[in-house]
Design a binder for this molecule. Structure first.
Ligand code: B16
Ligand code: MG
Length: 217
C-alpha cells in the first residue's frame, strides 16, 4: 500500500547531468584527465567529492592534490555549475514528470526528494516544484550516499511514512540498490536497471496506472 513517492532529482525530475558534465569537463581539462562519455556516465548519482576523486583517478592524479586543493577544485566546479543551472526553467522538467507529479498531488500522495545534490533546493525552485514536496533530504546529513539505504530511509521519514509504504524513483543503479535496501518499492527509469521492481525506459511512460499494471504483472 503505497502512500508516498521519493524522487531522485537528476535524471528523474530534470536532466541536470549535462550541466554537471559541462562543469566537470572543465575540471578534467584543468587537471589533465581525458574527458570521455564513460567518465561522464560514471559521475551520475555520486557525490561531488566522489565525482572529483573519480576524475582525478581517471587521469592517475589521485595522490597529486592536497585536501585543500581538492576542495578548491570542487568549489570551482560548483560555482560553474550554479552559473549553468540559472538557466533552468519549468520547461526543463523531464517529459511527463510534471503531469505525474500533478497526478500524485491530486490523489494526495506524500512526496519527497532523495537527491545526492546539495543544490536540489535551488533546482526545484528554478523548476517551480518546491511546493510539491513535503521535504528534501539534506545530503550533508548523510553518513553514506547511494547505494547505502540511508537517503531513501530519510526520504520516508520526511513524509512521516514507513518505508514499506514508499516507492522510490531512480535512474541510477546505485539509487535502485538504495531503494531496495531501504525496503521500498523501486521504480527504475532508463536502461540497465535490472534490480528495479518496476521499470520504465523513459520518464514519459511513468504514471500511476502504468505502475499498477506492472505491479499486478
Ligand atoms: P551537487 P541525483 C546527483 O544528483 C548527480 O547525479 C551527481 O552527478 C552529482 O555529483 C550529485 O548529485 C551531487 O551534486 O554537486 O550538486 O551536490 O541524481 O542524486 O539527484
Ligand atoms: Mg539520478
Amino acid at each position: 500500500n503505497i502512500k508516498g513517492f521519493a524522487f531522485d532529482l537528476d535524471g528523474v525530475i530534470a536532466d541536470t547531468a549535462r550541466f554537471h558534465g559541462q562543469a566537470w569537463h572543465q575540471t578534467a581539462d584543468e587537471v589533465g584527465t581525458v574527458w570521455t562519455d564513460e567518465l561522464a556516465e560514471n559521475l551520475k548519482g555520486i557525490s561531488r567529492m566522489d565525482s572529483l576523486e573519480l576524475i582525478l583517478n581517471a587521469g592517475g592524479y589521485g595522490q597529486k592534490y592536497t585536501t585543500a586543493q581538492k576542495e578548491t577544485l570542487a568549489t570551482q566546479k560548483n560555482d560553474k555549475y550554479l552559473e549553468l543551472i540559472k538557466t533552468l526553467t519549468p520547461a526543463d522538467i523531464l517529459p511527463g514528470m510534471k503531469k505525474f507529479l500533478d497526478e500524485l498531488k491530486d490523489q494526495q500522495y506524500h512526496l519527497s526528494v532523495a537527491s545526492a545534490s546539495k543544490n536540489a533546493p535551488t533546482i526545484l525552485k528554478q523548476l517551480k516544484l518546491t511546493d510539491y514536496f513535503d521535504g528534501i533530504v539534506d545530503p550533508a546529513t548523510l553518513h553514506a550516499g547511494k547505494p547505502d539505504p540511508e537517503i531513501f530511509v530519510k526520504a520516508a521519514e520526511v513524509m512521516g511514512l514507513d518505508p514499506v509504504n514508499v516507492a522510490g524513483l531512480e535512474d541510477s543503479s546505485a539509487g535502485i540498490t538504495s531503494i531496495n535496501s531501504a525496503g521500498e518499492l523501486s521504480i527504475g527509469i532508463g536502461s540497465q536497471l535490472n534490480e528495479a521492481k518496476i521499470k520504465f525506459a523513459v520518464t514519459d511512460e511513468v504514471s500511476l496506472v502504468a505502475i499498477k499494471t506492472q505491479l499486478i504483472g
